[in-house]
Each structure stands twice: as structure tokens, then as C-alpha cells.
Design a protein around this ligand. Structure first.
Ligand code: SF4
Ligand code: SF4
Length: 99
């Protein structure tokens, strides 16, 4: 069996030390989200402090920045709620999908 070189775990004291790049490579961007998503994030732009943390944490890279504000790409968003959980100003609401 092939032996893999052990990797070193990188630990950051806080999110502020982390580089400002998306944490995911967005492999799920090849898969459109089907009709199974039950909840979706909605951003209250008026309360957004434009920190970019939602963009950084989205595991599907389904958030992009336009005119300095985050925008959700609902074609790919899986409704996981990580962006809402990580948003420091709590301006992302997870709302039920209309079916
Ligand atoms: S709900 Fe999940 S997949 Fe959708 S934008 Fe937020 S973090 Fe990304
Ligand atoms: S994490 Fe919240 S406050 Fe920061 S850019 Fe995203 S929506 Fe705006």
C-alpha cells in the first residue's frame, strides 16, 4: 500500500490571520443545485459590513462580490447555512424555499 507523506495542520489563532481567499476550490460548482434545497440565504444588504467572510467560508464558492457586496448564486448554493452562521453582523437569513 502506498504511503502518504503526513501533512502539517495549519492552525490560525483567529479568522483575521487567515488569507483572504475562498477556503473551498468550489468543486461543487460543476453541479447545479437541484430542487432539493429547502432553505436559502438572503442577505440584508443594508446591514452588511462588506467584510467578505461569507464569500470566504462558502464551501461551494456560491457567493461572489459585485459592487463590493456579496451576491448569492442560487444556481449553485446548497443552502448549508455556513455563510449565515459565520456572518459577523448576522445579516444573512436562512429562509424557506417557495416550492
Ligand atoms: S448557504 Fe452554504 S452554499 Fe449557500 S451561499 Fe451560504 S455557505 Fe454557500
Ligand atoms: S459575512 Fe455578512 S457582513 Fe460580511 S460580507 Fe457577508 S453578508 Fe456582509
Amino acid at each position: 500500500m502506498k504511503k502518504f507523506k503526513p501533512t502539517k495542520k495549519i492552525v490560525f489563532a483567529s479568522e483575521k490571520e487567515m488569507p483572504m481567499t475562498p477556503m473551498s476550490l468550489g468543486s461543487m460548482l460543476y453541479n447545479l443545485t437541484g430542487a432539493w434545497r429547502n432553505i436559502k440565504p438572503v442577505i440584508d444588504k443594508a446591514a452588511c459590513i462588506q467584510c467578505g467572510i461569507c464569500w470566504k467560508y462558502c464551501p461551494d464558492t456560491s457567493i461572489y462580490i459585485e459592487d463590493e457586496f456579496p451576491v448569492i448564486d442560487y444556481d449553485y448554493c446548497k443552502g448549508c447555512g455556513i455563510c449565515a452562521e459565520e456572518c459577523p453582523s448576522k445579516c444573512i437569513a436562512m429562509v424557506e424555499e417557495e416550492k
